[in-house]
Design a protein around this ligand. Structure first.
Ligand code: BES
Ligand code: MN
Ligand code: ZN
Length: 481
């Protein structure tokens, strides 16, 4: 799919040949006196079209346009949020496998953030998963032409948004794949295929032997219950001088989470194929970095394995020694994400990072707390939390800061090891973060719990590609600074 941005008036946009023309009208719209604008203005004046976000009026081959279908779409105040809801409604109304060329015309000047929201909304609405279907229908949409009177000043934001789409779609692809098509080994191959000709991205993959040598006893404990060998993936993006400290992203890569001996109920267990969405978001970010090549350094770490159960599986009550030297009593084998992450967080120390952000579908408790709207953000570092929140707002990939008081960690105390891997049910998303915090004393750190935001259940079941948008925005803000 190709995105283009052009400085065209509404009438010029209407005389583009296309399968559909979406005319985006905000509350502030003042129709000009040219042919097509008069039509739109009349429809609003007569009360047939509305500027309220999500209201649409469809026309078939109106003589004023060369588009087969024209949809006048209300986008409310024109903010990214309202624009998105308008576009979702409009794209829904023209769902068709014949849609190849689409024109999105801003009636009047557009804001940078709105253009970005438009690119991401159209990509989301036209996405199609095909990898494991015998006759999968790929996305029909080939060209999306975005027009606005002030197109030239919008170009930087537009280009960023298009690059983010490639990352989001890579993340969706890998998160959507079922576990037998997304093993730790295949995930590592996906990472290796990001290694770029321009030499800025490198990748190293460690197996069980190397991980054993590193002393990653917590990661090994999770992996030992499966016949599928673990992989520890190390991606490096070098866009700045060696002396510039990198940001490290750590993505939870559980390619399937059965719960282990503390097995999960059968209902909806299939959704645990998404338990590597954090890892997928790291791959997505690197895909976008390859596109944009900003002057920063980034390291991506992915501990990847299955959480299964065999005769060698780790048992509730087992005590293991993590890479940090801390011993861990594994009271619940279903709290496996924090076990693979804690060793990856210790490994991150060697990069002397300016910041480490881990991304994980870590707790059901976070889904209860925040649902699918905002990811949970946890950090003892106020400046880092603020930067990540701001990035989420700009990218419209929202998160919400959660508390990190010492008291939330008290339930992790145990008589049999330095720390237990679970506390009580209450505040479960926070005690998980408090557990991780014990392994992050050497650098500024933040944790994103994406259990609620990385995918959707129900009719629209599938990966969302979040939080690639947030992470890219955060990283690029550093390049700008
Ligand atoms: N992968 C799950 C978290 C999860 C649950 C993500 C539901 C998305 C939807 C994680 O490994 C897990 O099982 N967490 C347990 C922790 C508990 C045992 C302390 C949970 O949330 O139930
Ligand atoms: Mn689990
Ligand atoms: Zn899990």
């Amino acid at each position: 799919m190709n995105f283009e941005l052009h400085a065209l008036s509404l009438t010029e946009a209407a005389s583009e040949k296309s399968d559909a023309l979406l005319v985006l009208v905000s509350d502030a719209y003042k129709p000009a006196r040219d042919g097509f604008s008069v039509l739109v203005g009349q429809a609003i004046k007569d009360g047939d079209a509305h500027t309220k976000a999500g209201k649409t009026l469809s026309l078939y081959k109106p003589p004023q346009s060369l588009a087969t279908r024209v949809v006048i779409v209300g986008v409310g105040d024109g903010s990214p949020k309202q624009l998105r809801s308008g576009l979702v409604a409009a794209m829904d109304s023209i769902k068709s496998d014949k849609l190849k060329r689409l024109v999105l015309a801003f009636a009047g000047p557009a804001q940078m953030a709105s253009v970005r929201a438009a690119v991401s909304a159209v990509a989301d609405a036209s996405y199609s998963y095909t990898s494991t279907k015998s006759k999968g229908e790929p996305r029909s949409l080939q060209t999306v032409l975005i027009t606005a009177s002030n197109a030239d000043e919008l170009r930087p934001g537009f280009e960023r948004a298009v690059a983010v789409v490639t990352g989001v779609e890579l993340a969706k692809e890998w998160a959507n794949r079922p576990a037998n098509h997304c093993t730790p080994t295949l995930l590592a191959k996906a990472a290796e295929s990001l290694v770029s000709k321009h030499g800025k991205i490198r990748c190293e993959v460690l197996g069980p032997k190397e991980v054993g040598k590193l002393g990653m006893g917590a990661f090994l404990a999770v992996a030992q219950g499966s016949d599928e060998p673990l992989r520890f993936i190390v991606l490096k993006y070098s866009g700045a001088a060696k002396s510039v400290a990198p940001t490290v992203l750590v993505g939870k890569g559980i390619t399937f989470d059965s719960g282990g001996i503390s097995i999960k109920p059968a209902a909806e267990m299939d959704e645990m194929k998404y338990d590597m969405s954090g890892a997928a978001s790291v791959l997505g970010v690197f895909r976008t970095l390859a596109e944009l090549r900003p002057a920063i350094n980034v390291v991506g770490l992915i501990p990847a394995c299955e959480n299964l159960l065999n005769g060698r599986a780790v048992k509730p009550g087992d005590v293991v020694t993590s890479m940090s030297g801390q011993t861990i009593e594994i009271l619940n084998t279903d709290a496996e994400g924090r076990l693979v992450l804690c060793d990856a967080l210790s490994y991150a120390e060697r990069f002397k990072p300016q910041a480490v952000v881990d991304i994980a579908t870590l707790t059901g408790a976070c889904v209860v707390a925040l649902g699918g709207v905002r990811s949970g953000l946890f950090s003892p570092n106020a400046a880092l939390a603020k930067a990540l929140c701001a990035a989420g707002e700009t990218a419209q990939d929202l998160c919400w800061e959660m508390p990190m008081d010492e008291e939330y960690g008290e339930g992790l105390k145990t008589r049999f090891a330095d720390v237990a891997n679970v506390a009580g049910r209450a505040g479960g998303a926070i005690s998980a973060a408090k557990y991780l915090q014990r392994f992050t004393t050497k650098y500024p750190w933040a944790h994103l719990d994406i259990a609620g935001t990385a995918w959707k259940s129900g009719a629209a079941k599938g990966a969302t590609g979040r939080p690639v948008g947030l992470l890219v925005e955060y990283l690029l803000a550093q390049a700008d600074a």
